[in-house]
Design a protein around this ligand. Structure first.
Ligand code: FAD
Length: 351
């Protein structure tokens, strides 16, 4: 059976829902196809102790403020899942689950969306599939010979699995710092970062990141000097758990090791650390394999875009993968504006 809404949104996480909100406001006929079995996108899979780095009111999608969570200035991931579940229901967004998109193809005037549950044809597609589904681990020599447990951020749940163990955490971003802080008390922790950790000042939270990303985009759009954006502020938001571990001296960072051996890691000067587990908190790449048939891939796995619209396929918009699809567009508060722009762009195309 072939279905033909005007627009197919791929991905029913926060970005897909924000797109749905604006498509609905513009009166367009659309469907959201989501590979997950339940609402909440990546937030359903984050580790137990994770809290947002911004207060609820600054973590809201268009139209509805995130309610505060009792006793928590910074809500936890479960609270975000509940918010997204409610958001989807409140606006009656037509999300089909689980439907995995396998490929998007040009098909005359339409785009053909092939899934594991049939085929859709649409006049436009918004791809909002995030990054969580494509964990990245750098090609460090010996990565495959290490004999202990090997995990990426996406597989980490909490310290109980590692009590008393020798654990190496790799990565100097927010995930690395937070997971290192989570493990610092109960494990024999070695934290490894490519450069010395750069904490944002303690009184700054995710709100400042959003402002910095927006200011950078504005400066670039207006041809002014690059402000440096979020990177100019630091790499790590000093959320309460990180601040506490750091201030207690539990977060000493080591430089990057040169290679792995079956029992652990080795630094260039020959120093060794034995390990039972290594956790790679080394980031993600955009999950775009379903767009491969359109042959749009450019540098660093990104697709060339103008605003949110793909340069090589004007019926396709991308949302939420990172700053390259809009300032702070991979955050709850940041995705609203690019989602609105994408919906407006599609409305213009369809008229
Ligand atoms: P996702 O949440 O990944 O949703 C994508 C959806 O697409 C998923 O439901 C997935 O099942 C589906 N999908 C994927 N591939 C397909 C396919 N082929 N076919 C159909 N469906 C598909 N942001 C903040 O605002 N505040 C924070 O404090 C914050 N903390 C973060 C902490 C961590 C550790 C991480 C990793 C991110 C954090 N972020 C934070 C960033 C951001 O909010 C998330 O990355 C967010 O999940 C991105 O939403 P999304 O909808 O773009 O992608």
């Amino acid at each position: 059976m072939t279905r033909t809404p005007q627009v197919v949104v791929i991905g029913g996480g926060q970005s897909g829902l924000a797109a749905g909100y604006h498509l609905r406001r513009l009166g367009l006929d659309f469907v959201v196809l989501d590979a997950g079995t339940t609402a909440g996108g990546a937030w359903q899979h984050m580790w137990d102790s994770l809290h947002l780095f911004s207060p609820a009111a600054h973590s809201s999608l268009p139209g509805r403020l995130m309610p505060t969570q009792a006793g928590q200035e910074y809500p936890d991931a479960q609270h975000v899942v509940e918010y997204l579940t409610d958001y989807e229901k409140r606006y009656g967004l037509p999300v089909e689950r689980p439907v995995r998109v396998l490929g998007v193809h040009r098909d005359g005037q339409l785009l053909r969306v092939e899934t594991d549950s049939g085929t859709w044809h649409a006049r436009a597609v918004i791809s909002a599939t995030g990054t969580w589904w494509r964990p990245f681990i750098p090609a460090v020599p010996g990565r495959e010979v290490f004999g202990g447990r090997r995990l990426h951020t996406v597989e980490y749940r909490g310290p109980r699995d590692f009590a008393g163990r020798r654990v190496i955490v790799v990565g100097g971003g927010n995930s690395g710092a937070q997971i290192a802080a989570d493990l610092a008390r109960d494990t024999e922790l070695t934290w490894v970062t490519r450069r010395p950790p750069r904490y944002l000042s303690d009184d700054i939270d995710g709100r400042a990141l959003f402002d910095a990303a927006t200011a950078r985009r504005r400066a670039l759009d207006e041809g002014r000097t690059d402000t440096g954006g979020v990177a100019s502020l630091g790499d790590i938001v000093a959320v309460p758990a990180v601040r506490e571990a750091r201030d207690r001296g539990l977060l000493a960072a080591n430089p990057m090791f040169s290679h792995l051996v079956p029992g652990g890691v080795v630094w260039p000067d020959g120093t060794r650390a034995e390990a039972d587990a290594i956790i790679w908190c080394t980031g993600f790449r955009p999950a775009l394999s379903h767009l491969a048939p359109l042959q749009l891939r450019g540098t660093r796995g990104h697709i060339a875009i103008d605003g949110t619209r793909a340069v090589g396929e004007p019926r396709l918009h991308l949302l939420g993968h990172g700053d390259w699809t809009g300032p702070a567009s991979a955050t709850l508060i940041g995705v609203g504006r690019p989602a609105r722009d994408a919906a407006r762009g599609i409305a213009e195309l369809l008229t």
